[in-house]
Design a protein around this ligand. Structure first.
Ligand code: FES
Length: 164
């Protein structure tokens, strides 16, 4: 098997992202915006209880108005956190969440941190990210685009390419 470059891994993951899209009836939701670049990312999480009573992440999905790297990291991270407890998922750094892609260059580290912060926003009640988990996650008006209307005013929304 030949080694593929980081750029190629990111391009592949962003071209066919796993778990992209709003989750209806999620148990937790977190939204963050990067002050570095204006990109935004929302993460939804559904839990399940295992036979031993352990509450773990059953599924996570995301939407992003972000760069290719943020989409690629969110794609691999939503796979990585499956089956983990909230505490285990919260202990993962941006570097660990993006590890399946390889080490990111310094200028792209904040892209992984965006995913880390969205996860923290969803799982950690003490998180200080832009919006915290919300009981309205099942609402049809909870898509990222619905909430990024001009009245929010704080964000520069950067929509990259088509997201099918
Ligand atoms: Fe902003 Fe990647 S450039 S999240």
């Amino acid at each position: 098997m030949t080694d593929i470059s980081l750029t190629e891994k990111i391009e592949r993951a962003a071209a066919e992202p796993q778990n992209m899209g709003e989750m209806v009836a999620a148990d937790a939701m977190g939204t963050v915006g990067s002050t570095n670049c204006g990109d935004m990312l929302r993460l939804w999480i559904k839990f399940k209880e295992e036979k031993n009573g352990r509450r773990v992440i059953d599924r996570a999905t995301f939407q992003s108005f972000g760069c290719q790297t943020a989409i690629a990291v969110a794609s691999v991270a939503t796979e990585l956190i499956r089956g983990k407890t909230p505490e285990e998922a919260l202990s993962l750094s941006g570097e660990e969440l993006s590890a399946p892609l390889g080490a990111l260059p310094p200028m792209k580290i904040h892209c992984a941190q965006l995913v880390e912060e969205a996860l923290r926003s969803a799982l950690d009640p003490a998180s200080e990210t832009i919006s915290k988990k919300s009981s309205s996650c099942a609402s049809p008006a909870s898509t990222l685009s619905d909430q990024l209307n001009p009245q929010a005013g704080k964000f520069k929304i950067n929509i990259l390419g088509s997201t099918t």
